[in-house]
Design a protein around this ligand. Structure first.
Ligand SMILES: Cc1cc2nc3c(=O)[nH]c(=O)nc-3n(C[C@H](O)[C@H](O)[C@H](O)COP(=O)(O)OP(=O)(O)OC[C@H]3O[C@@H](n4cnc5c(N)ncnc54)[C@H](O)[C@@H]3O)c2cc1C
Length: 342
């Protein structure tokens, strides 16, 4: 069912720059909705380097990717943004009243005068495992993400992978699955240690199975999966019955549907001016890694600056008849009220 939302700003991408944009927009009383194909906010920070220390965020001498994403989430809390996660921003259309309609692949429609493209290096898309004929099962028995947990209730699930997504979904789906097996080619994981411990405890109590093996082949009729062939470290092969296969083999970044939004692109980046960070289309802004301009540095701190300037112009697009007064958070009681600190 289509969900239609009207707001001030629709932000594509909940990476660090999309998140900070919520703050800058919020100070100007502009409400934001964010869309991200990932199932959690943070973009590259949480997906590519959650545990790596970052040393060049002003005022934070050392902070990991995960911590920075957490800090940004805390900072934007007063503005209560709405997240539409696990959704791809798939099309953009101009409405007769001049506003934009952003539609996602989950049929969410966000109508807003301002669109902020904070899509980084593009949308994260799952890597398909190299198993012959896997595409025939996709969408029905093979899934690369868990969008609605209830769709997996009572299933015989096989999850493959050794990272955070594989471990998190093993833990979360175990209580609702009929049977759940995690398969990984070695007895070592790239996931958070507490998730690994939790998974091992579930296995020790017989709530899930853990196999050290690789998936070699899929068997079924049409798009309905019946079993897979697993191959162990000793090259022994056996058939494992399951009706659902969820491989987590990592993600790659692709520009994706934004390429078809009718924006003027230069080498898959959105050219912007450096006064407002607006694209050549009125009302569509681009900030963070996705934009380009002379001297652009793909740094988080540059994106933060771009978000602040974007918000000023977004205000004029949303409220053309209102005046904008420059204020500091340290001394403005009205800003402090918005932040819930006054
Ligand atoms: C290993 C590594 C180390 C780094 N170290 C540093 C460092 O020390 N200091 C520094 O300043 N920078 C560093 N960077 C760069 C920094 O991470 C990026 O500059 C920053 O993440 C850009 O933020 P962003 O919000 O623009 O984009 P991203 O973080 O890429 O987030 C964009 C989001 O948009 C989503 N998206 C895109 N298209 C769509 C769509 N159509 N629908 C739905 N969602 C979509 C993506 O899924 C993604 O979550 C590092 C990068 C890497 C890979």
């Amino acid at each position: 069912m289509t969900q239609r939302i009207e707001t001030d700003v629709a932000i594509i991408g909940a990476g660090p720059i999309g998140l900070f944009a919520v703050f800058e927009l919020g100070l100007l009383d502009l409400k934001a909705h964010l869309v991200d194909i990932l199932d959690r906010p943070g973009g590259q920070l949480t997906e590519l380097y959650p545990e790596k220390p970052i040393y060049d965020i002003p005022g934070l001498p050392i902070v990991t990717g995960q911590e920075l994403a957490g800090r940004l989430m805390e900072q934007i809390k007063p503005f209560a943004p709405t997240f539409h996660l696990s959704q791809m921003a798939s099309s953009l259309a101009k409405l007769p009243d001049g506003r934009w309609k952003l539609t996602t692949d989950a049929d969410t429609e966000i109508v807003a005068p301002v669109i902020v493209v904070a899509a980084g290096g593009g949308s994260f898309v799952p890597k398909r495992p190299p198993i012959a004929g896997i595409d025939a099962y996709e969408g029905e028995s093979v899934h690369y993400a868990v969008r609605k947990m209830d769709a997996f209730r009572g299933k015989n699930i096989l999850i493959a992978g050794g990272g955070d997504s594989a471990l998190d979904w093993t833990i979360n789906l175990a209580p609702i699955a009929n049977k759940l097996t995690l398969v990984h080619h070695r007895d070592g994981f790239r996931a958070a240690q507490h998730s690994v411990n939790q998974m091992r405890e579930l296995a020790a109590h017989g709530k899930i199975n853990f196999e050290i093996a690789s998936v070699k082949a899929l068997h079924g009729e049409g798009s309905a999966l019946r079993a897979v062939t697993l191959s162990g470290a000793d090259k022994r092969e056996w058939e494992h019955a399951c009706d659902t296969f969820i491989p987590f083999f990592g993600l790659t970044m692709k520009l994706g549907p934004i390429a078809d939004f009718g924006l003027n692109l230069h080498e898959n980046l959105v050219p912007v001016d450096t006064e407002k960070f607006e694209s050549s289309t009125r009302g569509i802004f681009a900030i963070g890694d996705i934009n380009t301009y002379p001297g652009k540095l793909k740094l988080i701190l540059s994106g933060f600056h771009e978000a602040a300037l974007m918000a000023q112009e977004a205000f004029h697009v949303c409220k053309p008849n209102e005046k904008l007064r420059f204020q500091y958070t340290t001394s403005s009681s009205s800003l402090q009220k918005k932040l819930g600190v006054a």
